[in-house]
Ligand binder design. Sequence first.
Ligand code: PDD
Length: 281
Amino acid sequence: RIAYVNGRYIPHAEATVHVEDRGYQFADGVYEVCEVARGYIMDMTRHLDRLDRSLGELRIAWPVNRKALQMIMAEVIRRNKVENGMVYVQVTRGVAPRDHYFPDPKTPSSVVVTAKRTDTLATARKVEAGVKVITHPDNRWERVDIKTVGLLPNVLARQKAREAGAVEAWFFDADGMVTEGASTNAWIVTADGTLVTRPADSGILRGVTRATVMDVAAKLGLKVEERAFSVQEALKAKEAFITAATTVVMPVVAIDDTPVANGHPGETTLSIRAAFFEVAE
Ligand code: PDD
């Protein structure tokens, strides 16, 4: 495997950053994960737009320009011969002696790009079975709209999910309303077939897959309601699913060990997943 680190393509095993990289010391950085399908990066524009926004909110400079980053991502995919998988991009505020204040503005941002294949057979099996989620209080900071590498609450919640025999944790807010998954957006399908997901400007990350699923829903003539839903409502829903670049559209079949509907992946969920790859660019 080959990784790109600050201007160089190097063997993955030797791909390292400095001990005083601010990403390492302060989680002072942002990232993107993009799905690669048939050798192409899906939703590239939306991912780069979101990266631009994350960088802007934290006042981190682009490490290279947008066009160059796009070429680097394509090159990393090519060098790793990734047909189906993902590409990871991380940008931090760079390397400087440890100090909370921003470093000298001349300090270059650090950039890392890696890519890996996914096991498409394993994914197909997972889709067929559906996944379980647990619920977990949303104990993150209030800027979860920024895709930062500061993911400790997400890490702890997902680990708890795994230890409970689940795949994902759904965070819920002080009112018992689901915000999102630790690394996914959360959706339900109501009895009349309406898709429900929390508004993007209300304590969640604006998922790229979430946006594309909305395009897919429009194509399929499905209604989408952007509103918060409770854990209670999700338990009574007809279907539930999660979305992310890593899982695309994944059926949720149980919440805290209570089955969603009949405990099998929903039809609407599966039809959205099937149509997804035709709509995503
Ligand atoms: N996670 N919400 C959170 C908290 C996320 O971390 C992610 C993505 C999403 C879905 O966003 P998108 O559809 O753009 O992937 C929602 C990535 C995949 C990760 O951390 O691995």
